[in-house]
Design a protein around this ligand. Structure first.
Ligand code: SF4
Length: 240
């Protein structure tokens, strides 16, 4: 577990690590860079760098958190990657099911596999399921997510590298938008962001604007029309 600097979560929990690239949003994958760095530092969990690995010992961690947390599951991997056995995905879900005091945010780009296996999983209210949608080539992920039994469904439009016009936001609870950061970020057009915000308003969907990104993301900040937008989905989970 690690404290997270990601604006829409508190902690990260990585019961699996490693991945392979699947679409344009993966081009400058932060997890890959970080995994190689951790391998170079001699961190045991990352001895195989970015190869897909399961970590059964990490399954115990959520039971040790004393206060309710908002947790990003697998910031260093993709839980629905084809190399992760369904038996292990079920174990991760069992941990989430047994810890209803915490919110677990699971984000995938493997929406086809998510749809294929969703009926074998128990979807308690504290599991928020999201898909990444970086441009119009992958909007099918929204339909696949919509057809799952997840109780709370969200989109992460980050890094937003193209417009997302006329999305079907039916049964979607939350949309996060953010621009790419790093050394060679692909630009995000302000009109794309405002268009998504308008679609969220129209469909009554919570909207979270994470960042403009760019080479100096701190300086670029997260103001949109002079305001911060940090809406979260309505949830049955209460935080004490
Ligand atoms: S799916 Fe996510 S973790 Fe996997 S390569 Fe793409 S950006 Fe990285």
């Amino acid at each position: 577990m690690a404290q997270s600097s990601i604006e829409w979560t508190e902690l990260t929990w990585n019961p699996t690590t490693g991945c392979t690239k699947v679409s344009a949003g993966c081009k400058y994958c932060y997890a890959e860079v970080m995994a190689k760095r951790l391998q170079a530092m001699g961190v045991e969990k990352y001895k195989d760098a970015f190869k897909v690995r399961t970590h059964p010992e990490a399954l115990l961690i959520p039971y040790t958190w004393k206060k309710p947390k908002i947790v990003f599951v697998n910031s260093m991997s993709d839980l629905f990657h084809p190399e992760i056995p369904i038996a292990f995905i079920k174990k991760v879900f069992k941990v989430m099911n047994e810890n209803p005091q915490h919110v677990f945010q699971v984000l995938t780009k493997r929406s086809e596999r998510l749809l294929e296996v969703h009926a074998q999983l128990k979807w308690t209210h504290n599991i928020w399921m999201g898909v990444s949608v970086e441009d119009e080539r992958v909007v099918h992920r929204i339909d696949e997510l919509r057809h799952t039994n997840a109780r709370v469904k969200f989109l992460s439009c980050e890094p937003l590298i193209g417009p997302l016009r006329n999305m079907n936001l039916q049964n979607i609870d939350w949309v996060i938008v953010g621009g790419e950061s790093g050394r060679k970020p692909r630009p995000m057009d302000a009109d794309w962001v405002i268009d998504i915000q308008d679609q969220c308003t129209e469909a009554d969907v919570a909207f979270f604007f994470k960042q403009w990104g760019g080479t100096n993301k701190k300086k670029a900040g997260r103001l949109l029309n002079g305001k911060t937008y940090s809406e979260m989905p309505e949830t049955e989970t209460t935080f004490g």
